[in-house]
Design a protein around this ligand. Structure first.
Ligand SMILES: Cc1cc2nc3c(=O)[nH]c(=O)nc-3n(C[C@H](O)[C@H](O)[C@H](O)COP(=O)(O)OP(=O)(O)OC[C@H]3O[C@@H](n4cnc5c(N)ncnc54)[C@H](O)[C@@H]3O)c2cc1C
Length: 406
């Protein structure tokens, strides 16, 4: 045997392809890591080693897991702190903060910002109104500017542009990065570009060698151009920050933000029938597959949760759901913040359709199926029982909320 290291291009491709069913199996084994919300995750299956006779051994002294020197979980994964005491320049990021938290798209953008900032620049995140995020530091934020005030809340693009202009005047960022999303960043970024009189680079999926590459021609072509000052980037434009901790030092504007003429009035959210929301725009999808045995119960659960219904192709082919509800490669590609898959195995054609969903919850009998591998949260069991328990939990929660309000 020669000791030349052989590469397996197919295995490498699977390891990069998050949608491939074998993706998880191709990742390097990790015993513990920090999850996106800062909680330490442990892979209990990864503990131990295979002894000479093929039997798995676990060293309970703890020495094997680095426990000879007792350390707390927090110390174990303390990431190195990246500090920029005197930034040479800023890279400004305006995350969407859907639901008050950084989305995975926002985190990709912060990863891209760090690429552009290098070691001298600082990443400045500009956030509007109240938020619930406590992981700015691990997401890569060096400086945090929160623009508080009633005037920024709700749909207030003109007022937000005034805020961004004030940031631009004070910090003069080398680049502005906004998510090219439908959650706000796409529109805000284009309005901001018009206000600055600059041409933005849109739908950017890669920034490399002083060039940014964005999708064009109805998504069929790539457009390469020198790195623009204002970049509207797509999800997965870069790897999110994962190896460093940042200061997230609060900064403030030295001058108050000018008030814009209120030409737009936000009348608040409108109650809509979830069933009438187009699949591609639905934020919360409750999807059923071949593992749903009681469709009447499925519809009742979706109604109780206020979710938009979706389906696998098998459920559609069997006549349980309408064709326009099919999720997947030959149905609709969805971008929900929460996607619940009930009795769906996770065939590659289905997984392709949910690639852009933020959080996936799987309800399935089979703990080894591909949907469970893709899911952020899994419930193993009989779908009917779980749906009934879900309805009971939702009703109990609503009754409690009503009692508290009374
Ligand atoms: C060209 C092509 C295009 C396709 N396009 C699409 C597409 O766009 N969308 C799509 O969805 N599919 C598509 N398919 C089909 C796809 O390959 C799968 O066949 C399909 O997604 C499987 O649907 P399913 O997961 O509902 O059913 P199954 O594969 O039968 O899975 C059922 C799941 O339910 C679980 N289960 C069973 N009973 C219960 C229970 N009582 N409680 C809980 N869980 C239970 C099982 O463990 C299993 O995981 C396409 C196929 C081809 C060839």
């Amino acid at each position: 045997m020669s000791d030349i290291i052989r590469r397996d291009p197919r295995a490498e491709w699977i390891a990069r392809n998050r949608l491939h069913p074998l993706h998880a199996a191709m990742q390097p084994a990790q015993h513990s890591w920090m999850g996106p919300n800062g909680i330490i995750r442990k892979n209990l299956h990864g503990i131990g080693f295979i002894g000479p006779n093929g039997i798995k051994r676990i060293d309970r002294s703890g020495a094997q897991q680095g426990g000879a020197v007792k350390r707390s979980a927090a110390v174990e994964v303390q990431l190195p702190l990246h500090q920029v005491p005197a930034p040479a320049f800023y890279i400004s990021v305006v995350p969407d903060m859907v639901g008050g938290r950084l989305s995975s798209h926002d985190r990709d953008l912060l990863g891209l910002a760090h690429q552009l900032a290098g070691s001298d620049g600082a990443v400045l995140a500009v956030v509007f109104g109240e938020h619930k995020e406590n992981a700015f530091a691990t997401a890569g934020v060096d400086r945090l500017l929160v623009l508080e005030g009633e005037e920024f809340s709700g749909y207030a693009p003109e007022q937000r542009i005034q805020g961004l202009r004030a940031v631009d005047n004070q910090f003069n960022p080398r680049h502005w990065l906004l998510p090219d999303s439908r959650s706000g960043g796409g529109e805000l970024g284009r309005r901001f570009a018009a206000a600055l009189g600059e041409r933005p680079a849109t739908r950017v999926w890669q920034v490399k060698d002083q060039e940014c590459i964005g999708r064009a021609g109805a998504g069929l072509q790539d457009l390469a151009r020198p790195v623009a000052r204002l970049i509207l980037a797509s999800a997965e434009c870069a790897e999110p920050v994962s190896e460093t901790r940042h200061e997230a030092l609060p900064v403030e504007l030295s001058t108050p933000v000018a008030r814009s003429l209120s030409r737009i009035e936000d009348l608040g959210a409108v109650a809509v029938d979830p069933a009438a929301i187009p699949m591609a725009e639905a934020e919360f999808i409750f999807s059923g597959g071949n593992g749903v045995k009681d469709w009447e119960l499925f519809h009742r659960t979706a109604a109780a949760l206020g979710a938009t219904e979706g389906a696998s192709r098998v459920a559609v082919d069997d006549g349980f759901m309408a064709r326009d509800r099919q999720v997947g490669a030959s149905g609709t590609w969805v971008t929900a913040r929460v996607y619940v898959a009930v009795g769906i195995s996770g065939a590659i054609q289905h997984l392709q359709g949910i690639g852009a969903c933020d959080k996936v919850v799987a309800i399935n009998l089979d703990p080894g199926c591909d949907m469970i591998k893709r899911a952020d949260l899994s419930v193993i069991g009989e779908s009917a029982e779980i749906l009934q328990a879900l309805i009971a939990a939702v009703e109990a929660y609503r009754n409690e909320a009503k009692r508290d309000a009374a």
